[in-house]
Design a protein around this ligand. Sequence first.
Ligand code: ATP
Ligand code: MG
Length: 231
Amino acid sequence: MDKVIEIKAMTLVLGRRTILNIPYFSLEDGQSISLMGPNGAGKSSLMLIMAALLEPTTGTITWFGKKGKDQTLLDLRRRMAMVFQKPMMLDLSVMENVELGLKFRHMSRKQRERQVKPWLERLGIAHLARQRARSLSGGEAQRVAIAQALVLQPEIILLDEPFSNLDKETRNEFKQDIGRLLKEQKITTVMVTHHIREAMDLTDIIYYMEDGEIVSRQAVADCTVNDKFRM
Ligand SMILES: Nc1ncnc2c1ncn2[C@@H]1O[C@H](COP(=O)(O)OP(=O)(O)OP(=O)(O)O)[C@@H](O)[C@H]1O
Ligand SMILES: [Mg+2]
């Protein structure tokens, strides 16, 4: 399998603290992985580096076999989408927020509408299309953030605790829908979660982080819920 992201001898130092220390990590095309670990372990920071939104202090990172500087960041970002732990919405309607990325790609209004509508429907937010995004509830905003990412048809999706604001019932239903979507579209997925059940249902490999390091890697096929991963 082709490596879509490869990290070598990478550290991230912020202030005087070493936030990340990753000797080696790779993500293969079509793979679906979870990052787990306690608060402050470095999960979101590692995601930001994978999304090319944060530069590591040392080490190298390649995307699709090339270093960042050998491809324009714009080209690279077009192939990836990230859903942040705290959804970032502009003070526009839901529809306008979701279509923003397509607008940047100079897609016509008609085409944008054609592409956005099915995602709003699939994510159960079509009825909110005209509402101001900033007036949404936490769970609704999370759905919009996911629609915003999926509408771009990325090859890699980075999801930082995408279900944390959803109630238990919605979370279960939504988790199944998203799982199906990601598999159908064959999107390479990295998901941060604090829930082992979520990691096992949606991804194939679980990486566990502590103090900025990856301390274990386990295939979901070999896991049980009573594993040491339980949090
Ligand atoms: N700009 C920064 N300057 C200094 N320290 C930072 C900065 N950004 C993050 N950190 C620190 O880096 C560590 C890792 O943060 P990160 O957000 O990656 O953790 P996380 O594993 O995602 O945690 P959580 O589960 O709470 O989301 C934390 O201790 C955080 O305080
Ligand atoms: Mg985080």
